[in-house]
Design a protein around this ligand. Structure first.
Ligand code: UT7
Length: 335
């Protein structure tokens, strides 16, 4: 049995900044409402045709591979987490294999929305622990802006999400006290529809029905969120899964050097920070600049924290996520 560690990190966000004031010009919203409820000041939106979920993921991955100090031919496996793939199928994992020019290594696509990166890290960690692979590339990337309802009808969701990608290279760690100590994953499908995008699924309405209806009032193509219900569940599950991870390693919240929560809402992060008695230096947030980038939010935040020197060797780093599914999870790392 080996441990795995994060050997390289990278992120990419599109240059195009969309402020709250920009949004207030195209829908009935305002900077005060968005900042007060979410903490978001601006987000990035891909300019049509300039990037895709895969291309952003590839750019983040190139950086992570370079920083890991390995050759791309040393990558043994690709894990790609997204809710906004370029194609309905195949998933973006194989497009990364092609566009990065990797060997014909396996590529796995993860469909766990905001928890996608945490699920991806957990999968990569198991492969490395078992000795099957030495270097695994894990990517979280989202292109939300192309699929949002940018009218007043969709404002409860569309002001929150932003585009971007983050990536990590996980590699074998021989010291059992270092690297990823444990991962903890959960789901509760009872609430699947509370944060969901129903079309173009193959569920009750088939694609031929949807095309036949061609109804401009059909909102099933847009994400739906029961905001307050999701918020209430998020604060409970975040707290539970962080404690679960700490207890599994005989640790307490006082041992945390850096908590990187999924960037769903600054108010959720602040709630968790207060609950665990953490200082501003112990929790990293960047939702103010990027909004909620779903599967990309943790690797973007982790990369920025690392670049700023806020994640150092020996630190106890905790990643935690909650989102659509519902799914949630945590990762406990001795850096
Ligand atoms: O990443 C996955 C996990 N996601 C989350 O954890 C998100 C959890 N939920 C939330 O963050 C919050 O519920 C939201 C930020 C999404 C919404 O905040 P809220 O305080 O729950 O607002 P609300 O949905 O209850 O809406 C309050 C009011 C409504 O108006 P009325 O009915 O009180 O007149 C909305 O129509 O705010 C209105 N509203 C807006 N007003 C201006 C909703 N969206 C907007 C908007 N601008 N963008």
């Amino acid at each position: 049995m080996y441990n795995s560690k994060i050997a390289g990190l990278g992120f990419f966000v599109p240059e195009n900044v969309v402020t709250n004031d920009d949004l207030s010009k195209i829908m009935d919203t305002n900077d005060e409402w968005i900042q007060e409820r979410t903490g978001i000041r601006e987000r990035r939106h891909v300019v049509k045709g300039e990037d895709t979920t895969t291309s952003m993921g590839v750019k983040a991955a190139q950086k992570a591979i370079e920083r890991a100090g390995i050759d791309k031919n040393d990558i043994d496996f690709i894990v790609f987490a997204t809710l906004s793939p370029d194609y309905y199928f195949p998933g973006p994992g194989v497009l990364v294999q092609r566009d990065l020019g990797l060997k014909t290594v396996g590529a796995l696509d993860i469909r766990n929305q905001c928890s996608g990166f945490v699920y991806g890290i957990s999968v990569a960690d198991q492969y490395i622990k078992s000795g099957m692979y030495k270097n695994v590339l894990v990517i979280g990337s989202e292109l939300h802006s192309h699929g949002l309802d940018m009218t007043t009808r969709g404002r409860g969701v569309s002001v929150i999400f932003g585009d971007g990608a983050g990536a990590a290279v996980l590699t074998r760690e021989e010291d059992p006290k270092k690297g990823i100590l444990s991962t903890h994953l959960h789901s509760e499908g009872e609430h699947a529809e509370e944060l969901s995008l129903i079309a173009p699924g193959m569920g009750k309405r088939w694609v031929t029905d949807i095309i036949g209806d061609a109804d401009p009032e059909d909102t099933s193509y847009f994400p739906y969120m029961n905001g307050q219900f999701v918020f209430k569940n998020a604060v409970v599950r975040f707290s539970e899964v962080i404690m679960e991870g700490l207890q599994a390693n005989n640790l307490t919240p006082r041992d945390i050097d850096m908590l990187i929560p999924h960037q769903a809402n600054l108010r959720i992060s602040q709630f968790i920070q207060k609950k665990f008695g953490l200082s501003d230096d112990q929790v990293f947030n960047n939702i103010m600049k990027y909004g909620n980038t779903t599967a990309a939010s943790i690797p973007i935040a982790l990369t920025e924290a690392w670049e700023a020197g806020k994640v150092k060797e020996g630190d106890l780093v905790v990643l935690a996520a909650f989102g659509s599914g519902f799914t949630w999870g945590s990762v406990i790392i001795r850096w």
